[in-house]
Design a protein around this ligand. Sequence first.
Ligand code: ADP
Length: 176
Amino acid sequence: HPHAYADGDTYHYGNQHTDRHSHRHAHTDRYAHTDQYRDAHPHAYVDADAGKLRQILINLLGNAVKFTESGTIKIDVKTRTHDETSDTVDFVFSVRDTGIGIPEDQKKTIFDAFEQQRSQDHAKYGGTGLGLAITKRLVEMMGGEIWVESEMRRGSTFCFTARFGLQAATLPAAVS
Ligand code: ADP
């Protein structure tokens, strides 16, 4: 199962093993679990715009935390149609939360500027309604698309795709 992780400005994927970390945030009383996928033998690198990717993930994770009172927030990344002969690889990222959810009729419009859920308490959640519009633009600038799956009071999953160019693996020299 290929997974990707950020390493400076490159992302590599390959056969992974997982390290599980968890730490308790002293002031919020919430636990944060992170599964870190480490690549024992990276066999490929991809060219990615790390700045854009980071901003997209920060926006989606920020919303997930903001609209989730209890439960979990999970981030996942998979490769999609990887054709061995292609010099690009498609990734599907997802940010899943167990928060308030998004009404069916508003799933499309929340990606428009200044749109917020009509049913929502603005005094409680605040916000500008710009984050997802910017996120959508950033995804499109990387040649991808973004969508949301959601169930009211059960949670939301924001997914986006990105196509990155493959590079030959370059491993740092071993020091003995
Ligand atoms: P903001 O959060 O600043 O209002 P965004 O563009 O990031 O602006 O989000 C637009 C709206 O989409 C939010 O106001 C909220 O109604 C809805 N929304 C976004 N993310 C989530 C989420 N994870 N769960 C529930 N609703 C969400």
